[in-house]
Design a protein around this ligand. Structure first.
Ligand code: HEC
Length: 135
């Protein structure tokens, strides 16, 4: 009985590892749950929100996304996938709710910011990222 369980655990582990490897090679679309897409940014995009966002961005995001959001930060070359260009239409056309969710949840190798940053800090970052639009 005990042996049987250990064997089961072992094979579940192998299966999980295999799935992780397969999926890490293959980027699936990054879909945001519908009801969260329309979540509104509680912060007006004013100078103080943007400045707060910029400071947090510099600490948490610049190493991958780069100073101007182009996806060319100092760590970008170390990753095996392309870091998103935050100035691109593909990003800027998303709602604040979508960006909030992606930043909160992360996606390997991008870390989940909901662990390290408060909701307020993440909304401020979005106001800052909007200043990259069209640059
Ligand atoms: C370790 C490097 C790294 C860090 C740090 C990082 N990112 Fe990312 N980010 C990425 C990568 C790589 C992607 C592309 C992920 C994908 O397409 O699966 C990405 C994608 C994104 C996207 C989604 C773009 C799209 O195509 O929809 C947003 C928005 C974003 N990052 C914002 C941020 C913000 C804001 C921070 C700081 C809180 C941050 N990232 C920190 C590497 C990073």
């Amino acid at each position: 009985m005990k042996n049987h369980m250990i064997q089961k655990l072992f094979f579940t582990g192998i299966a999980l590892l295999f799935t992780t490897i397969v999926f890490s090679q293959h980027r699936t679309p990054w879909n945001v749950p519908d009801d969260l897409k329309t979540k509104n940014n509680p912060y007006k995009s004013d100078a103080s929100s943007i400045t707060r966002g910029k400071n947090t961005y510099k600490m948490e995001c610049v190493r991958c996304h780069g100073k101007l959001g182009k996806g060319n930060g100092s760590s970008a070359d170390l990753l095996d996938i392309q870091v998103a260009d935050l100035t691109a239409d593909k990003v800027q056309s998303q709602t604040d709710g979508e960006l909030f969710w992606k930043i909160s949840e992360g996606r390997k190798p991008m870390p989940l910011a909901k662990r390290t940053l408060t909701d307020d800090q993440r909304w401020d970052i979005i106001n800052y990222i909007r200043t990259f639009k069209g640059k």
